[in-house]
Design a protein around this ligand. Sequence first.
Ligand code: FAD
Length: 403
Amino acid sequence: MDFQHNDKTKALLERVENFMDEHVYPAEPEFLRRMNEGGPIGSSQVLHDLQEKAKAEGLWNLFFHHGLHELNNVEFAPLCEAMSKVYWSQIVFNSMAPDTGNIETLEAFGTEAQKEQWMKPLLAGEISSAFAMTEPDVASSDATNIRLSIHRDGDEFVINGRKWWTSGVADPHCKLLIVLGRDADADPDAKHGKHTMLLVPKDSPGITVVRELSVFGYNEWPHGHGEVLFEDVRVPAEAVLLGKGRGFEVAQGRLGPGRIHYGMRCIGLAERALELMCRRVLERETFGAPIATRTVTLERIAESRIMIDQARLLVLNAAHLLDTVGVKGARKEVAMIKVAAPNMACQVIDWAIQAHGGAGLSADTPLAYYYSRARLMRIGDGPDEVHRNSIGKLELARYKKKG
Ligand SMILES: Cc1cc2nc3c(=O)[nH]c(=O)nc-3n(C[C@H](O)[C@H](O)[C@H](O)COP(=O)(O)OP(=O)(O)OC[C@H]3O[C@@H](n4cnc5c(N)ncnc54)[C@H](O)[C@@H]3O)c2cc1C
């Protein structure tokens, strides 16, 4: 596709791609082997070594607007796409959710002391973090349902409740949980201001990671998703983000850039799937001709190219709006890409799996794992339906009579 990025982005893209060729793709077979054996996907030592290399080469925290290269969302988009072609490599570049969103949240809403305590070590890759909003007992697509209890007791908050799908909590490096809860002493009839966001050290007494959750059976260690129990967990009053009752303001600010990263990652996954599909169908023959010559194959390849490029333009448009008018002004476009990109990636990866036959379902290629990634993104950070509802309402609002 011929969208022209600026020279700074092009130069960085070349460096990311070179790094991928030199260090990441060669490490991929080891990760696939682990998956084949049903073992954990990650290997902290391999990841750690690669992280040190990326840091040394200045390819670190690329997502962060105030990082070394000061990239905006449009500039980060092709870099995120390139690193997502090997999904776990985002960790290598310290550009992996939920740390990305958590760092941006701290940057936007944290006090200087909170930034010093949490954002600095996160940016240095010394610790990782998790974001705990979703709860097993309530439909969390509607965040107003969140009921983990936060009770003010003198100079402290006391937390009780249960979360799940807390991504990253199983990582031994995870030291911080950003937790959304409901104020126990809030007026139950109040329409707004009932939820609060807290910065909670993971090693606080009363926190138990009850179990890890797999995705399509994949064991996602070290980045595992957990169910977390909070029993009389105490944090000081200074642990509040932005202010008591202002949790949704923080959540909204957090999700804009986070959701657009989903889009960029899906495009990386789909590009890789299309590449693998093309290579495979050129080399395999059935009934006297390469699979690549079948009309159905050509149709799927063509459709994949069209869909990927469409999604990329949607990502860039949403990224441009985020950069120029901010989260509020880009609401519809961010929701659009949150729906379009994972659906596109699911379809393209599915075709690539089909083109590989049985191999596509095995862990000899990354495709099956990629499908699980793209599919989860139709639910994580809000299911498709909720985003479609928002898009529909914003569209209708253009035609509603004023006054
Ligand atoms: C791999 C993975 C990682 C995750 N990581 C995190 C994390 O780090 N932190 C965190 O807090 N959460 C995380 N989540 C949770 C995720 O954000 C929630 O699963 C999601 O928001 C949906 O909430 P729910 O599971 O409670 O589904 P529910 O709210 O119970 O909804 C179930 C289904 O109902 C339908 N539905 C809901 N609302 C509507 C509507 N308005 N119109 C039509 N249909 C509707 C949708 O099909 C939806 O999928 C993760 C989830 C996954 C799968």
